[in-house]
Design a protein around this ligand. Structure first.
Ligand code: BF8
Ligand code: SF4
Length: 626
């Protein structure tokens, strides 16, 4: 194998498709990354500012050039403002996704969203009760209407604190109150961050960063949590199910449709259309054996979690999957969809369809989906995909798919444990399992694709640490075969024994990126059962290959919730040692957790093991010297 391709990705399908892309003269994300090198050092350090038009400004990191922007902002202010705006963008992305689901819930209640229904009435009632809604004597539509209204209030300015914060341990909420970072409204905190970072508002880097935590918490315990809960209510709470992963899930003799993006509002309707008998019949009439729906990225994870739909790849695979020539249509909603995709597709027969009013892309046809027309639109585009099957050229599907198990919601994990988290707590106490780590986030062309996720995961499970993962990290470990019950053979003796007894893999797929909140809920359940706070638990978080502003918001709400979090790529903050020190050391005294940056996944595993053993010792549990 060409070394260049082997250095770009550890995945076999990726390497073979990079060769194919080269043959087909397709430019990929890696080529464009190399074209950008060397990237701007000021921007990498967070030292450039273009917030206003007296600028753009930059601070000289060597102390020889300017140390202040035109307005007088120094390195600390500029770095903190830039980071704050990254958090705001990430929180806004997740939370606006959540809002779209609440809109569907409301339209279901009003009988307008005809293709949708409430699949998990029990969960609807449980979540409604948390919002203080009395369900007795009401039908699900009525409860859904009241819940949608109450959730919309969480977005606004009418509350002093978000409703679902009640799920956090009391000690954690007390910390947020003491620091004055309890989020009040989901949109409010993002809006306030944009205000604070306008020229001439908050020029104290500490208070800016504290508001960054509040903004991130409004995502983790607000927008993202609402997104996950309403998705479960509308589409069903995930249950463990077998699936297949990597580009080999494409089928040469089927109509292949790929969904890409994040919101199940579109992909669930596409799935429904792909399963309808008349469209299956049409596919057969057009010479195909059937319709094969697969996902990439997080909307793929949503379908995988609830329906066992196969997953063709994660972030850096999204261009390569098109180079197979086997994709008859890619349907996208929003987030993490590279604007290059349309031009890649143009070299093949693939039809590209965008569906969201707020997400447009070059080289794609726009078919706007709304809750009232989504079922009908989905049928229309699936029909077009079927008609496109006959236009296929050469097809290259270079690998066989790998099996995986997905679908581990908190509800199913607790069920697998016999209805209570106690067996997990007992195993942690005894040291059979040393601790648990949540691995989340993206791919990034700075890092060999999947290498960070897979290496870190392997090192952790070898050392009896249970791994739960989401997003593109979850796809990486699925491709590497770590999401099978047999993968327990790669785990240490304690974790292997527990996995064997429960019939679960050592790495549990907990969903998409908004589903990181499932990890918060699980951590809260463990902390509550132990009568302690999240920051006292032998747990950690990691984002070994992150790229996105959403990942910054996730990292910040993990840390603000008390979870020590290790990042692979360095965020753009090194221009201010004050900011670096606060995030990597100072926050420990404030929220009981910090960030740590370690690009080498083996060293990251070591740091996490040390952290976990340290927490065990503090809890009086048997601990190891690492
Ligand atoms: O929300 S892990 S590359 S697809 S940002 Fe994007 Fe990152 Fe993938 Fe999902 Ni999350
Ligand atoms: Fe320059 Fe200040 Fe304007 Fe930023 S806000 S661009 S540092 S003048």
């Amino acid at each position: 194998m060409n070394d260049l391709f082997a250095n770009r990705t550890m995945t076999r399908d990726g390497q073979l498709l990079l060769e194919k892309a080269q043959r087909d003269r397709i430019e990929t994300v890696w080529d464009r990354f190399e074209n950008q090198l060397p990237q701007c050092g000021y921007c990498e350090m967070g030292l450039s500012c273009r917030i206003c038009v007296m600028g753009p400004c930059r601070i000289d990191p060597f102390g020889e050039g300017p140390q202040k922007g035109v307005c007088g902002a120094d390195a600390d202010i500029i770095v903190a403002r830039n980071l704050g705006r990254m958090i705001a963008a990430g929180a806004a992305s997740h939370s606006d996704h959540g809002r779209d689901l609440v809109d569907v819930l409301q339209e279901v209640a009003e009988g307008k969203a005809t293709g949708y229904q409430i699949r998990d009435v029990e969960k609807l009632k449980r979540v409604a009760a948390e919002y203080g809604i009395v369900a007795d004597g009401k039908d699900p539509a009525e409860i859904a209407g009241e819940l949608a209204y109450a959730m919309q209030e969480d977005y606004g300015t009418r509350r002093k604190s978000l409703t679902l914060l009640q799920r956090a341990p009391a000690k954690r909420r007390a910390i947020w109150d003491k620091l004055n970072i309890t989020p009040r409204g989901i949109d409010r905190e993002t809006s306030e961050m944009m205000h604070r970072t306008h020229m001439g508002v908050d020029n104290n880097w500490q208070t800016l960063l504290l508001h960054g935590l509040r903004n991130a918490l409004s995502d983790g315990w607000g927008g993202s949590m609402i997104a996950t809960e309403v998705s479960d209510i509308l589409f069903g709470t995930p249950q463990p199910a077998a699936t297949m992963v990597n580009v080999g899930v494409l089928k040469a003799d089927h109509v292949n449709i790929i969904v890409h993006g994040h919101n199940p509002v579109v992909s669930e309707m596409v799935l429904h259309a792909c399963q309808s008998e008349d469209l299956l019949q049409l596919a057969r009439e057009n010479g195909a054996a059937g319709i094969n729906l697969a996902g990439v990225c997080c909307t793929g994870n949503e379908l995988l979690m609830r329906n066992g739909i196969p997953m063709a790849g994660n972030h850096l695979t999204t261009e390569l999957v098109l180079t197979t020539g086997a994709v008859d249509m890619m349907i996208v909603d929003y987030q993490c969809i590279m604007p290059s995709l349309g031009s890649v597709a143009a070299c093949y027969h693939t039809k590209m369809i965008s569906t969201s009013d707020k997400a447009r892309f070059p080289g794609m046809q726009h078919r706007e989906f709304h809750p009232e027309n989504a079922a009908e639109k989905a049928r229309e585009v699936v029909k077009e995909a079927i008609e496109n099957f006959a236009d296929r050229g050469e097809v290259y599907i270079p690998v066989e798919p790998v099996k995986a198990i997905g679908g581990f919601s908190v509800e199913t994990i607790v069920d697998a444990l016999g209805g209570t988290p106690q067996p997990l707590i007992d195993a942690l106490k005894a040291g059979t399992i040393r601790g648990a780590v949540g691995i989340v986030g993206c791919n990034n062309p700075r890092i060999r694709q999947d290498f960070g996720h897979v290496t870190l995961t392997q090192k952790l499970i070898e050392n009896d640490i249970l791994v739960v993962d989401t997003g593109c990290a979850a796809v990486a470990t699925s491709k590497a075969g770590l999401k099978l019950a047999e993968a327990a053979q790669m785990a240490g003796p304690g974790l292997r024994e527990i996995c064997g007894a429960l019939g679960i893999p050592p790495v549990l797929h907990m969903g998409s990126c908004v589903d990181n909140v499932r990890i918060l809920v699980l951590a809260s359940a463990l902390a509550n059962a132990l009568g302690t706070d999240i920051c006292d638990l032998p747990i950690a978080g990691a984002a070994p290959e992150w790229y996105s502003e959403k990942a910054v918001a996730i990292g910040a709400y993990f840390v603000a919730s008390g979870v020590y979090t290790v990042l692979g790529p360095m965020p753009p903050i090194t221009g201010s040692m004050n900011v670096v020190k606060l995030l990597t050391e100072g926050l420990k005294d404030e929220v009981g957790a910090t960030f740590h940056v370690e690009p080498d996944p083996e060293k990251a595993a070591l740091a996490m093991r040390r952290h976990i053993e340290g927490k065990r010792a503090k809890l009086g549990l048997p601990s190891l010297k690492v």
